[in-house]
Design a binder for this molecule. Structure first.
Ligand SMILES: Cc1ncc(COP(=O)(O)O)c(C=O)c1O
Length: 370
């Protein structure tokens, strides 16, 4: 079975030399300030809090998970969605038309662990209009592009450890610009818990159940979760539920993780998907190139018939594939965002995490061929 996420029982947690996320960040972004949080959204709120006034607005891409704008709303800011291109670059004409005197920040997203296409143009635009640039790097905690740790391109940024490691929560807020560093006042949710909590034990038990039960566990989970049903997503409730410090379990795993080994494993799995799916005419790969330093979150493709492709994958044991993201209702219903809407229906992401052996991908692809 190829699951969506790695397990706490994976070998890539064994410490080898100067490992751990702290050491990785210190090595690749020595001049920034950073703080751990339970969730990226809370990190984002704390990072912006001292920089903004109610009734200002923030521009974010329409191609985004629904709860990500909740921290802006909590700060009294209006989230404004800008349209995107098929390449996931911003539609710059649309973006610029939405900027006004009250625009305080523009957010870019490093989708799937790859750098935001059009990043340089976006950065010159935020310079020109004098607004902050937020570098949303939820997907790529250990991706480094041309020597820069993703998430640290903007004035402030954040990343989500849950997307990389087998942990229940965890995020990092990066403060890059001097003004962001000086204005930062951490809320009580900053930092990590100093004790193991009941939720940590539950997470480990669940991870064990997942390892033992395999596909059966995934089916039970998705039945209980209603994960594929857009109406089951309540962005406000989802945001409120993440309001806790980073757990002790995450802190321990973060400290024990071996980022270089994890990145190597993810890259190998990415390349394996690339090879085994190369001849399929019903899908198009999103990124043909896997530049040095990139740690992919997933292997995204555009599928001609996403439901059929997902069913075929599932029947071959790839239970961790899914379309991404479920869009916010207001985006989904608006004509302005037809590219984001189409992509949210056609983009299927396949898991590449460090808990998967390339041989398992090859075996799944063999079954898929038949
Ligand atoms: C692009 C993007 N940004 C931000 C977030 C929010 O991160 P977190 O769940 O850590 O709050 C997510 C989460 O799914 C995401 O996909």
């Amino acid at each position: 079975m190829i699951s969506a996420t790695p397990s706490v029982f994976d070998a890539s947690l064994a410490r080898s030399g100067d490992a751990g996320i702290d050491a990785f960040v210190d090595r690749h972004a020595p001049d920034i300030d950073y703080t751990y949080y339970g969730a990226g959204k809370v990190a984002l709120r704390d990072g912006l809090d001292g920089l903004v006034e109610p009734d200002e607005n923030v521009l974010v891409p329409a191609y985004l998970s629904p709860a990500v704008v909740e921290p802006f709303r909590e700060l009294g800011l209006e989230p404004r969605f800008y349209a995107i291109e098929e390449t996931l670059a911003p539609d710059f004409a649309d973006l610029e038309a939405r900027i006004d005197d009250d625009t305080v920040a523009v957010m870019s997203v490093n989708y799937f662990g790859f750098p935001q296409p059009g990043l340089e143009q976006l950065m010159s635009l935020t310079d020109e209009y004098g607004c902050y640039h937020i570098d949303d790097n939820a997907h790529g905690p250990i991706s480094v592009a041309d020597g820069t740790l993703l998430g640290t391109h903007g004035d402030l940024g954040f990343t989500t450890l849950r997307k990389l490691l087998p942990v229940p929560d965890g995020a990092v807020l990066y403060r890059v610009a001097d003004e962001v560093k000086t204005q930062y006042a951490p809320s009580p949710l900053a930092g990590s818990a100093d004790r193991i909590a009941a939720a940590d034990c539950r997470f480990v038990t669940t991870s064990a159940a997942e390892t033992a039960l395999g596909p059966l566990y995934q089916s039970i989970e998705s039945m209980l979760d209603g994960a594929d049903d857009p109406s089951s997503v309540d962005p406000g409730a989802r945001y409120e539920a993440t309001k806790a410090s980073m757990s002790k379990l995450t802190a321990m795993v973060t400290d024990a993780a071996d980022p270089d080994a994890i990145r190597t494993a993810r890259r190998e799995n990415y390349r394996t998907w690339q090879q085994v799916l190369a001849d399929r005419e019903d899908i198009t790969m999103f990124y043909e190139r896997l530049p040095e330093g990139i740690s992919p979150y997933e292997f995204p493709v555009r599928a001609r018939d996403p439901d059929a492709f997902l069913t075929a994958l599932h029947d071959c044991g790839v239970v961790g594939a899914h379309t991404w993201p479920i869009l916010r209702q207001s985006v989904f219903e608006a004509d302005d965002y037809d590219t984001a809407t189409r992509l949210s229906q056609e983009v299927v992401t396949l898991p590449v995490h460090q808990g998967i052996e390339p041989a398992a991908i090859e075996a799944a692809a063999d079954r898929l061929q038949r």
